[in-house]
Design a protein around this ligand. Structure first.
Ligand code: AMP
Ligand code: GLY
Length: 420
């Protein structure tokens, strides 16, 4: 098979790495890829949202399977266009991807189908949003409606902070059109988990759970990022709670899509808060999580091509999916300053070789004159497997210690919540 992976982050490096293990894959391309992906795949300089560019490439190169990593091309209709051309694609079409593209759409669907989530109201007028915040009091959560690379959410501890977030999104338009509407939500407390599932339109099969670390600093301080590290499994969350989430959230969501006549094929990612009254949805994504994928796919024992093809062909019910008992921990090494402004172009040294139990997934890197240099906010996802979280965590941090670049920043408490 000839496979094309779309994207350039740690998630896409992990997808390429996993797909490459399949005997069914002869050739693998990545658009546009990064400094680590180019070791495994042929990178082609086409941007993920260049829909026609990717469609033309897939046609010309007779690609048998295109796997879409990020949300932007899903929302730009890349899956729709590839399917129109009779090409096989993994990832939901534009309409289904609204579950991630519009928080309002997601919230209204959850409300209609009684799927547990934080109480909310959506607003198009900043004055009304602010009046609502004053009436509700703090803490309260302000979310830009559209895509904002995981940065459009403010968990406001005071009313003033919430009002400022509304001003930023709706009046100062720091997220552009994504801030045309805001969703104001009840603030939930508890531990967060990421529960991803493969969905073929009818059947849903959950993956193993993981936990992300969104804030930039230790102790969950500072602004939210795309994710500073992850681990899987999450031993402090009992399986009964996961089963409850599957039954109260994932299964009803797949049913909701069917009722609404929206075909959902791909990964459905539920970001959940485990509250004292059970799991509640924080957000849905229409794709693999990043960095979660970097700890979940290394635990997948089944050939990923078989699973993706079963989703595309609507045969997921017949597809076994097996998981490794080992634990995985991923520590993100980022550019100092991220998620704000940061410098790129620093040389990365000391990169260890991958083995069966350690993988350095690249995100913002590129290769120039034989050197690997930083090229983004999140630079590397340093991942290790071990018999338990403690062992995997020690191994991941040992790898981190070997790697260096100027201005590096990483959290030192990834997976600590599993050890308390
Ligand atoms: P989102 O982009 O919607 O996943 O939100 C980013 C982060 O903000 C989440 O991972 C949570 O840590 C936090 N968050 C979002 N919504 C809520 C909420 N209703 N209550 C508490 N924290 C939230
Ligand atoms: N790590 C969170 C996300 O992928 O949205």
């Amino acid at each position: 098979m000839r496979v094309l992976v779309v994207g350039n982050g740690g998630r896409e490096h992990t997808l390429v790495w996993k797909l490459k293990q399949s005997k069914k894959v002869q050739e693998i391309y990545c658009a546009p890829g990064n400094g680590g992906i180019e070791e495994l795949a042929r990178c082609v300089p086409i941007q993920p949202t260049d829909v026609e560019g990717i469609v033309q490439f897939a046609k010309n190169e007779k690609i048998d399977l295109t796997v879409i990593g990020p949300e932007a091309p899903l929302l730009a209709g890349l899956a729709d266009r590839l399917a129109d051309e009779g090409l096989k694609v993994f990832g939901p079409k534009k309409q289904a991807a609204q579950i991630e593209g519009s928080k309002r759409f997601a919230k209204e669907l959850m409300k209609k189908y009684n799927i547990p989530t934080a109480a909310f109201r959506a607003f198009t007028e900043p004055a009304e949003a602010k009046a609502y915040v004053r009436e509700q009091g703090a803490p309260i959560v302000v979310k830009a409606d559209g895509l904002a690379a995981g940065k459009g959410v403010v968990v406001a501890r005071t009313v003033a902070e919430a009002e400022a977030a509304i001003t930023e999104a709706m009046e100062n338009r720091i997220f552009g059109d994504a801030g045309n509407q805001v969703v104001i939500e009840e603030c939930l407390t508890g531990q967060e988990i990421s529960l991803m599932a493969f969905v073929d339109g009818n059947t849903m099969k959950p993956m193993v759970i993981s936990q992300d670390h969104k804030p930039v600093f230790d102790g969950d301080q500072g602004p939210n990022t795309g994710g500073m590290g992850a681990y899987s499994p999450v031993p402090q969350i009992p399986q009964t709670v996961v089963d409850e989430a599957i039954h109260s959230i994932l299964i009803p969501m797949v049913e909701a899509f069917k009722q609404e006549n929206i075909e959902y094929k791909g990964v459905l990612y539920a970001g959940l808060m485990i509250t004292s009254t059970g799991p509640k949805v924080i957000e849905f994504n229409a794709r693999f999580g990043d960095p979660e994928t970097q700890v979940v796919l290394p635990r997948l024992k089944t050939d990923l091509v078989d699973v993706l093809m079963a989703v595309i062909e609507g045969k997921l019910a017949e597809q076994e999916i097996e998981w490794d008992e080992q634990s995985a921990v991923c520590v993100v090494m980022a550019s100092g300053g991220y998620p704000g402004s940061y410098k790129t172009g620093h040389v990365i040294t000391g990169l260890p070789k991958d083995t069966e139990s350690q993988m350095i997934f690249h995100a913002g890197t590129k290769k120039t004159d034989g050197q690997v240099i930083t090229a983004g906010g999140r630079v590397l996802g340093v991942t290790a497997l071990g018999k338990d979280i403690h062992t995997a965590r020690e191994a991941a941090y040992q790898l981190v210690e070997q790697i260096s670049f100027s201005d590096v920043h990483f959290r030192k408490d990834i997976a600590k919540k599993a050890l308390l």
